[in-house]
Design a protein around this ligand. Structure first.
Ligand code: NAP
Length: 355
């Protein structure tokens, strides 16, 4: 919807994230940065900004803590913002990040209440990472899935870390039903994906083949690869949601969902070579601000159990469409998930799906 004619989206109640620790990937700019701002405004006490450039992350931290109120709170130790390096184009970097956050939770008395897997890119050109994967496939899909799987046990632990004082405070604030969340940034662009590779013997192998990529981009248009990676993010969300253990009420102990923030005025398109000027003009004319778009991300982070495994768009859990829920797509989703897991297990043989 045109931003000039739409009313601002609501934010959750002011204490919704009181005392919580959030990890946000790609938090130095765009939707990730705006999500971090909202999280602090809603009472989060600790943010872990996972960024590929520490200097950009430190700049973002300075900007986040630029009000006298937050500076004072940081001085008193009431809030803290950590800047940790994470480059999703490198499995080694992902591995180091995972080791660091595990140490933080297991050895340094830290906790993790929500993980927002936001970092992503929308490249229209063929580029291969040092690990041998097409860039957006590794960043948006493989590394994101790896992080999601490894964050799960840390999120599960968060509930056991609430002290009786914490529990009393949450109850007083009407916040005691809150559950840890794993939220992945999806999009609505997945509905445009042709995803012709879906019938291949090995889907990831087909997606990682330059000739197949060129054919698909020619057939379906320049945004095809981005759309496919965002589609796979929905599959990943649905598969990981199935792995979550149930609590004493039979409900998932961690809420896993994905969110489409709507078309937003970030640098997602301008930073990539080869994106058409027409799309950039359409973005300028029709897209939301990142402050608005990130309200949908924050909404997903505090959403109730009805969003588990779901795709949330404009603050509503919706059917993600035929390419996800249509005939035969469940089988494709499971095949993709099996292949993603096989790839990750090659780098991390200890990776688990039982919690
Ligand atoms: N903007 C939209 O219209 C829109 C719509 C639907 C979904 N989304 C999704 O929203 C998410 C955020 O996008 P945005 O619009 O905020 O874009 P953005 O302004 O371009 O921000 C992307 C973030 O991801 C980080 N990132 C990119 N590659 C990375 C890597 N290899 N390792 C670690 N971090 C990396 C960037 O870090 P650097 O600054 O260091 O590059 C930046 O912090 C993406 O997943 C995107 O697909 C956006």
């Amino acid at each position: 919807m045109c931003p000039f004619f739409s009313s601002p989206l609501p934010l959750p109640p002011p204490n919704s994230l009181q005392g919580r620790t959030l990890l946000i990937t790609g938090a130095n700019t765009g939707l990730g940065f705006a999500t971090a701002q909202h999280a602090l405004a809603l009472g989060a006490s600790t943010l872990i900004l996972a960024v590929r450039s520490t200097s950009k992350g430190l700049e973002a931290k300075t900007q986040l803590l630029s009000t006298p109120d937050l500076v004072e709170k940081e001085k008193k130790g009431e809030i803290s913002v950590h800047v940790w390096e994470l480059d999703l184009e490198s499995f080694d970097s992902v591995k180091n990040f995972i080791a660091k956050i595990k140490r933080y939770v297991h050895e340094e008395d830290g906790r993790l209440d929500a993980a927002v897997l936001n970092a992503g890119l929308a490249s229209v050109q063929w580029k291969v990472t040092g690990d041998g994967w097409e860039r957006s496939l590794q960043v948006n899909v493989l590394s994101t899935a790896w992080l999601a799987l490894e964050m799960m046990p840390l999120l599960l632990r968060s509930r056991t870390k609430d002290t009786s004082k914490d529990k009393a405070r949450y109850k007083q604030e009407g916040n005691s039903d809150w559950k840890p969340h794993l939220t992945i940034l999806a999009s609505d662009i997945h509905k445009t994906a042709r995803f012709t590779e879906r019938d291949s013997e090995n889907i990831l192998k087909a997606l990682n083949n330059r000739d197949t990529w060129a054919k698909s981009q020619k057939l379906a248009g320049p945004t095809e690869r981005y759309a496919v990676t965002k589609l796979l993010d929905i599959y990943i969300t649905r598969e990981i949601a199935r792995l979550v253990p149930r609590d004493e009420h039979g409900e998932p102990s961690v809420i896993v969902n994905c969110v489409a923030p709507g078309f937003c005025k970030s640098n997602l398109l301008s930073r990539e070579e080869g994106v058409s000027c027409v799309i950039k003009v359409v973005q300028w004319l029709t897209a939301r601000s990142v402050e608005e778009g990130s309200k949908t991300v924050i909404d997903a982070v505090v959403r109730e159990v009805e969003s588990h495994g779901g795709w949330v768009e404009d603050l509503v859990v919706r059917d993600p469409g035929k390419i996800v829920t249509g005939p035969g797509m469940e089988r494709v989703q499971q095949k993709v998930w099996g292949e993603v897991f096989d790839v990750l297990r090659r780098d991390e043989p200890g990776l688990r799906t039982e919690y």
